[in-house]
Structure formats: structure tokens, C-alpha cells
Design a protein around this ligand. Structure first.
Ligand SMILES: [Zn+2]
Ligand SMILES: [Zn+2]
Ligand SMILES: [Zn+2]
Length: 188
């Protein structure tokens, strides 16, 4: 997991935390931050994938976001999956980005999407096997709960619902507990 908080911040995110232009200017001068692109700054602990995704104009998505959060991922390709707020993106060095535009981008700025949205991105981009592996990992780490499973059931397909049932069965504790029972209530 390389989710050091606020490793990359927009000017708006900095300002909301009380870091105005004088701070940015001094921090740049001292090397406490570097400029990713106009209006976007990185702390020294920002990981490669986050730097590339934000340089591209979005934030981490799909398997890149899952890996960044410390979830188990099968995919070990170097391409970075980027969640873009619009069709607009930026060219940058070493760009091999895979773009995602699915809606519901509530996390403004550089925050990764919610885990359930990451899971849906993985389903459509990488297929149901990868979806299952990451879902199991999310349940095991308690980063997905019954409400997330219900949302996924409503917003995915039959193959995903089968994977959700299988992942729940294989969970000895949390996900098979009564509080998760409602997750299968909307089974189609
Ligand atoms: Zn993807
Ligand atoms: Zn990372
Ligand atoms: Zn790129």
C-alpha cells in the first residue's frame, strides 16, 4: 500500500488546508514539493503510478487504484489506469495510460475512487476473474462492506453477481455474517 495521504494535491486542495501561494512558492524552492503540471503539486512520497495518473489529468483508476490501496491484483502490467473527469487529458513523458471515464466521479481532485467503483472499473476493463480476485482482497481487508456489495449487484452484470456470491461464500467471517445477508437480496 502506498496510500500516503495527499501525496499529490491541486492548488484548491492545498488552499483548503491553509497552504496558500507563499507556502507553495517556498516549498517548491526548498524541494518539499514538485510541480506535476500547472496547478498540481506532488510531495516527495508520491508513487510513480499516482504521479503519472495525475500528470495525465486524472487520478488512479481500476487495477492501478486497487494496487495503490494495497489490494491484491493479478495484473502486473506497467500501464497506469487513469480516471478522468472529462475527455480532456494532458500529454506527458512516458505516457502509456489507459483511460477510464465512467461517471460518478465524486472525489474531486486527486483522491482515488471509492473501492466499489474501482471494482466495477476492473470488471469492465479487466474481466470477471480480476474482479473476483480484487473483490476477495477487498472483503478480506474490510475495505468493502454489505452496502458496497449491494451497489455492485445493482451496477454490474450476471457474471459479477456470480463472483460476488462466490467471494462471500469463501469468506469465513465478515462477509458471510448476517449483516452481509442483505447483499444477496437483490439477486437477479
Ligand atoms: Zn482499467
Ligand atoms: Zn501508489
Ligand atoms: Zn498518460
Amino acid at each position: 500500500m502506498c496510500d500516503a495521504p495527499l501525496a499529490v494535491m491541486t492548488v484548491a486542495e492545498l488552499r483548503a488546508r491553509g497552504f496558500g501561494y507563499p507556502w507553495v512558492r517556498t516549498a517548491l524552492h526548498w524541494g518539499a514539493i514538485t510541480r506535476v503540471r500547472r496547478g498540481l503539486y506532488a510531495r516527495p512520497w508520491a508513487c510513480r503510478d499516482l504521479l503519472l495518473a495525475t500528470a495525465h489529468g486524472g487520478t488512479l483508476a481500476c487495477v492501478s487504484a486497487a494496487r495503490h490501496l494495497g489490494l491484491w491484483v493479478l495484473d502486473d502490467a506497467t500501464e497506469v489506469h487513469v480516471w478522468l473527469p472529462s475527455r480532456h487529458c494532458y500529454k506527458h513523458d512516458g505516457c502509456e495510460c489507459i483511460e477510464h471515464w465512467d461517471d460518478g466521479r465524486s472525489g474531486v481532485g486527486t483522491m482515488a475512487p471509492p473501492v466499489r467503483q474501482i471494482l466495477r472499473q476492473i470488471l469492465h476493463c479487466r474481466g470477471v476473474e480480476e474482479f473476483f480476485v480484487v473483490l476477495e482482497s477487498a472483503l478480506r481487508q474490510r475495505r468493502a462492506d454489505a452496502a458496497d456489495l449491494r451497489w455492485l449487484r445493482r451496477h454490474t452484470n450476471a457474471a459479477a453477481r456470480e463472483a460476488i456470491d462466490l467471494a462471500r461464500q469463501r469468506m469465513p467471517t465478515a462477509a458471510s455474517s448476517p449483516s452481509f445477508a442483505g447483499a444477496s437480496a437483490t439477486s437477479a
